[in-house]
Design a binder for this molecule. Structure first.
Ligand code: ADP
Ligand code: MG
Length: 330
């Protein structure tokens, strides 16, 4: 396992990461989720021994990274935010170079390079210049170097950033396939990205872990309350309030507003499932048609906004509403 113990990093007087402690168990895919500037890269650079912490320690299978760096780093494959690629090399030359730097023996090298090229699907590109490869293939070469030597822990900093939707799907599948042999820790500022791939999420904001757990843990912790949204073909607030009163819905639990077509919409928070039927019969009694009724569970975005609310970030919805792109506050 990887254990972060009270990791703090100051840049001058500013804390980029403050008192982060976490245990990564073997065999899972972990997602570090947070807006730009949250401290993801700083934490990953510290975990991999590329940056020293101001305070705290990192244990990789009980090897403290600053006192036993070689043992600790052998257990890690790292793809930093900017992949450490040489554009004038071909993938095969580059992987040979990395294999040498990682201390793989000559007899191991060819077999291992073949294995990582197969795992990342870059065999056909092995003799092209890295500088001429697409961003998706460059990223695969970056992941291939991380896999060389078959380290237990693969740490990937924003592996899908800047890729097109098809490339994102391919890299996502590649990451999922790594799970059989590796523990994977990846970061992202896009919620749907990590919620799709990861077994566990660590939400980080302003240098602190603000929540962690599986996606369903996080939703049940925050968004247990379902919301019942009902549209009545009726423009009289009093009649709608009367119906909600019969169901003993407290005024603070409902929000009423008029839609563009003049119908009254009611949003009832913490609604129970049987309320749908009860409301149907009450409205039928009063001859008020219900033209729409649906039970809403909180979306991933709502959960995320709840988690990070009160902190100075802007939330910028992308065209695809499944994605939320978190930008650093001004
Ligand atoms: P993320 O990867 O989540 O976007 P980073 O770890 O890169 O966040 O950055 C966390 C904070 O630390 C940001 O406020 C960033 O501006 C600051 N920071 C990062 N690197 C440096 C540096 N080398 N010098 C000064 N500040 C830095
Ligand atoms: Mg980063």
């Amino acid at each position: 396992m990887i254990e972060l113990q009270n990791i703090t990093k100051y840049y001058g007087k500013n804390a980029a990461v403050e008192n982060i402690s976490f245990i990564f168990e073997k065999g899972k895919i972990y997602g570090f989720l947070g807006p730009n500037g949250a401290g993801k890269s700083t934490t990953m650079n510290i975990m991999t021994g590329c940056l020293s912490a101001t305070n705290g320690s990192v244990l990789i299978d009980d090897n403290e990274i600053s006192s036993k760096p070689i043992k600790a780093k052998r257990l890690i494959g790292y793809l930093p935010e900017t992949p450490p690629l040489y554009p004038e090399m071909t993938p095969i030359e580059y992987l040979n170079f990395v294999a040498g730097a990682k201390g793989l023996t000559r007899s191991e090298r060819d077999k291992e390079i073949k294995y990582v090229m197969e795992s990342t699907g870059i065999e056909q590109m092995q003799n092209r210049l890295i500088g001429n490869l697409s961003k998706g293939y460059k990223q695969r070469v970056g992941i291939a170097q991380a896999l060389l030597g078959r380290p237990e822990y693969i740490i990937l900093d924003e592996p899908t950033v800047g890729l097109d939707p098809n490339q994102i799907i391919e890299i996502r599948e590649l990451i999922q396939s790594l799970k059989n042999e590796h523990t994977v820790i990846l970061s992202s500022h896009i919620l749907s990205e990590v919620s799709n791939i990861c077994d566990e999420l660590i939400v980080i904001s302003n240098g602190k872990i603000i929540a962690s757990g599986s996606m369903s843990d996080l939703s049940s912790k925050l968004g247990s309350g379902k919301k019942l949204c009902v549209t009545f073909k009726c423009d009289d607030y009093e009649s709608v309030n009367d119906m909600l009163g019969i169901l003993q819905i407290k005024p603070e639990c409902s929000v009423l507003y008029k839609s563009d077509s003049g119908c009254i919409c009611a949003e009832i928070s913490d609604a129970e499932e049987q309320m749908r039927e009860e409301l149907f019969f009450i409205a039928a009694d009063k001859k008020i048609p219900i033209i729409e009724m649906k039970m809403n569970t909180p979306s991933l975005e709502e959960i995320f906004i709840q988690l990070t609310s009160g902190q100075s970030q802007n939330f910028e919805h992308k065209e695809n509403n499944d994605d939320i792109d978190l930008q650093e506050g001004a």
